[in-house]
Design a protein around this ligand. Structure first.
Ligand SMILES: CSCCC(=O)C(=O)COP(=O)(O)O
Ligand SMILES: [Mg+2]
Length: 227
């Protein structure tokens, strides 16, 4: 019996185009100003040190780190300090009303229904927990944060590493086989399945698949009671 659902964001609850055509360019355009103006803040200084470590070059000056962060955005690298810095930049965008967090209507409807049925809802995304909460807190459907019981990002482990899912199950206090993981990326679903999770592949926007994971085009195709 499924007691909790863990969901990915990009390509699952939310469109790839929102992340790639709105969020990433917004952060890219503001990265240099953000680092130059905030490099003295404790939190940002710590994240820049983490970025230097991730780049393998402790001697990079701030301009060098900016160039590295922008390269990582262009390569869509899921580097934890980049994701944390992006979240801080997006905070301003949500606050100014520059954009809403995109969530598909079917996802909102089904998440609300599962929440009402008592199924615990959790998020696991490469975006930082802060960025996840901003996205779900600023949607055209209102603040969806009350639906969720917990959020996980890559600080717990890479999304294609089975150990990340084992740790998430431990933190939820549930056996893995009682958790259904939703994602658009087979490598993530394979890792979750290896850890004992049930899985469902979202194939949004007219895609086709030969996957051996249960799959469908939207959240209406997901029936937790059948797992
Ligand atoms: C949390 S909003 C931004 C999403 C993001 O930065 C990203 O890289 C998407 O990763 P996901 O694991 O949700 O596919
Ligand atoms: Mg995804």
């Amino acid at each position: 019996m499924i007691r909790a659902i863990l969901t990915d964001i990009e390509g699952t609850t939310s469109s790839l185009s929102f992340v790639k055509e709105t969020l990433f360019p917004y952060a890219r355009a503001r990265m240099a100003d953000f680092v130059r103006s905030r490099a003295g803040d404790d939190t940002v200084r710590g994240l820049l040190a983490d970025a230097r470590a991730a780049a393998g070059d402790a001697s990079l000056d701030d301009e060098g780190v900016i160039a590295q962060l922008v390269r990582w955005i262009d390569e869509d690298r899921k580097v934890t300090p980049l994701k944390a810095i992006q979240g801080l930049i997006w905070e301003e965008g949500y606050r100014n009303g520059d954009f809403f967090g995109h969530v598909y209507e079917d996802a909102v409807r089904r998440l609300k229904a599962w929440h009402e049925q008592g199924i615990g809802l959790y998020v696991f995304s490469s975006g930082s927990v802060h960025a996840q909460q901003l996205l779900f807190g600023h949607t055209r459907f209102g603040d969806l944060k009350p639906l969720f019981s917990g959020y996980f990002d890559t600080r717990i482990g890479a999304k294609q590493a089975p150990d990340a899912y084992r740790d998430i199950a431990r933190q939820m206090g549930l056996p893995p086989e009682e958790i259904l993981f939703l994602s658009d990326v087979e490598g993530e679903l394979n890792a979750a399945r290896e850890a004992g999770f049930k899985t469902f592949l979202l194939v949004r926007e007219g895609g086709a698949t030969t996957s051996d994971h249960p799959n469908g085009p939207d959240f209406d195709a997901i029936q937790p009671e059948l797992f």
